[in-house]
Write a protein that binds this ligand. Structure first.
Ligand SMILES: [Zn+2]
Length: 274
């Protein structure tokens, strides 16, 4: 049997929509050859869950979970007066990664006020500690580039997860140290622009993500169908990672073997060796 060593650059495995079934999800991931995944916290409330998951005995020994802590722009309204102190404390305990943080001008009714201030504070924290940072950006690419140019950045680099910005901005971001992760969601027919963009990402800056439980593949490629038992809505199973690799190999016109070895090198360069 072929052996796979796959790396998921962006998940939210702690998400409560998984209904506490993380041990089963991880067992399936291990069978698929997932070697490591980054688990992103989004707010003060879920940071301890991310930490607990990373240290949990339910994680198979063959799989490394990389905990990441940050305030996602969607949850900024929940932040306490001590949020930055609390984040520093998490990173003191586990100096692994910062994220998910970012800027979002797309989500309806989400105030933009305060987003830049919180983003910059977290970026500075990542830069001071030289920790990889995972960035969410929707309809704020111009400001994102300006901020990343003018602020200190982590020397190890940063990830623009589910990169959906213009093709022309890949180069300027890459010059600042960006990596770009491709989600399976871009296999949907209507995502032609994003697929085109990902053909132009330099091989040494490409990463792959599931963004589980979100950003599902098209139905015909979804090998691990999963539903939220509470709402009945479809969820993305993290074991779909291999299918996202296959999709990436197709659009870039390379073999799965070559892609796997490139992604492994990139992932370990950005997120560190175990
Ligand atoms: Zn995310």
């Amino acid at each position: 049997m072929k052996s796979f060593r796959l790396y998921d650059a962006h998940t939210h495995l702690q998400d409560e929509r998984f209904g506490g079934c993380q041990a089963e999800l991880l067992a399936a991931c291990t069978r698929e050859g997932v070697a490591s995944m980054v688990v992103n916290g989004s707010c003060e409330e879920d940071w301890p869950q991310v930490l607990a998951l990373a240290g949990s005995t339910t994680v198979p020994t063959a799989l490394r979970i990389l905990p990441s802590f940050g305030y996602h722009p969607w949850y900024l309204h929940e932040r306490t007066g001590d949020w930055l102190k609390n984040l520093s404390r998490m990173l003191d305990a586990v100096p692994s990664a910062v994220g998910e943080i970012g800027l979002d001008r797309w989500k309806p009714d989400l105030p933009y006020d305060g987003q830049e201030e919180v983003f910059i504070a977290q970026l500075r924290l990542a830069a001071e500690r030289n920790l990889p940072v995972s960035i969410h950006c929707l309809q704020a690419w111009g400001r994102m580039l300006e901020i990343l140019k003018s602020e200190p950045r982590p020397a190890c680099g940063f990830l623009l997860h589910s990169y959906g910005g213009p093709k022309e901005m890949v180069k300027p971001f890459a010059e600042l140290g960006a990596y770009f992760s491709l989600p399976g969601y871009y296999a949907h027919e209507r995502k032609a622009r994003q697929r085109e963009t990902f053909k132009h990402v330099p091989a040494e800056r490409l990463l792959i993500e599931t963004d589980a439980p979100d950003q599902s593949l098209p139905e015909e490629r979804n090998r691990f169908p999963l539903t939220d038992c509470g709402t009945g809505k479809a969820l993305n199973h993290p074991a779909n990672l291999r299918e996202v690799y296959e999709f990436a190999a197709e659009i870039r016109g390379v073999s799965l073997e070559l892609l796997m070895s490139e992604i492994e090198v990139n992932f370990l360069r950005l997120f560190g060796q175990p």
